[in-house]
Design a protein around this ligand. Structure first.
Ligand code: CA
Length: 240
């Protein structure tokens, strides 16, 4: 229920603190043991109220949050956390919780992983999200991602050094995605990023813009390697 004892110099030495919120004890134990082995400092909570308490008291670097919790569920926890914190959140979701995944991402969760998952994959996701959280490219004038180069003040795009003509909306969409490679964006979030508003009926227009962007920047638009589809959810820029 509460944080486990840990060495006081953990933060000083750069060890990342991960809060695992999971009511299924078997999964919680597996995740805890695996994360410890991977060098993380692990805190635990088995319900939403305890999770918020531990998050407030211990200031973890990352929260792994099961959505299906007794009482206050994972979405409520996310909502509550985001009122005062930008701590990275990875949601653990059941295969059937697709709409919850979208809501979670829109509430500000950073990523999700579907049960059953391999602990190894979870560790890889945690590292990717922490890397993104540490990265400083978000505020820069130029975004480089793979063969892509976006000059923000000039609104100029090149792929492998070749100029690409994008519309203003296409540029803003691509910039949003490429600024945080690997981060999943829902269609509503992408619409927000380009127009500041989102209406469900317009969400499909994102697909049309993405199709155009792919036609212009992908070596093989039918098999995209830069702007990737996340089925049932949205899009992300490759972090490979
Ligand atoms: Ca659960």
């Amino acid at each position: 229920m509460t944080g486990l004892p840990r060495s006081s110099d953990a933060t000083m030495s750069g060890v990342k603190k991960v809060l695992v919120v999971e009511d299924e004890l078997k999964i919680a134990r597996l995740v805890r043991d695996y994360l410890r082995q991977a060098g993380f400092d692990v805190l635990e909570a088995t319900d939403g109220v305890a999770a918020l308490q531990v998050a407030r008291a211990e200031r973890p670097d990352m929260i792994v949050l099961d959505l299906g919790l007794p009482g206050m569920d994972g979405l409520d926890v996310t909502r509550k956390l985001r009122e005062s914190s930008s701590v990275p959140i990875i949601m653990l979701t059941a295969r059937t919780e697709e709409s919850d995944r979208i809501v979670g991402l829109e509430l500000g969760a950073d990523d999700y992983i579907v049960k059953p998952f391999s602990p190894k994959e979870l560790v890889a996701r945690i590292r990717a999200v922490l890397r993104r959280a540490d990265a400083t490219i978000g505020g820069g004038e130029v975004v480089r991602a793979g063969p892509l180069h976006l000059d923000i003040p000039k609104r100029r795009v090149t792929v492998d050094g070749e100029d690409i003509e994008l519309t203003s909306t296409e540029f803003d969409l691509l910039l949003t995605l490429a600024r945080q490679p690997g981060r999943i964006y829902t269609r509503a979030q992408l619409l927000d990023a380009v127009h500041g508003v989102s209406f469900e009926s317009y969400e499909r227009s994102v697909d049309a813009h993405i199709k155009n962007i792919r036609r212009k920047i992908e070596p093989d638009p039918k098999r995209p390697s830069l702007v990737l589809t996340v089925y049932g959810v949205g899009y992300r820029f490759t972090d490979a």
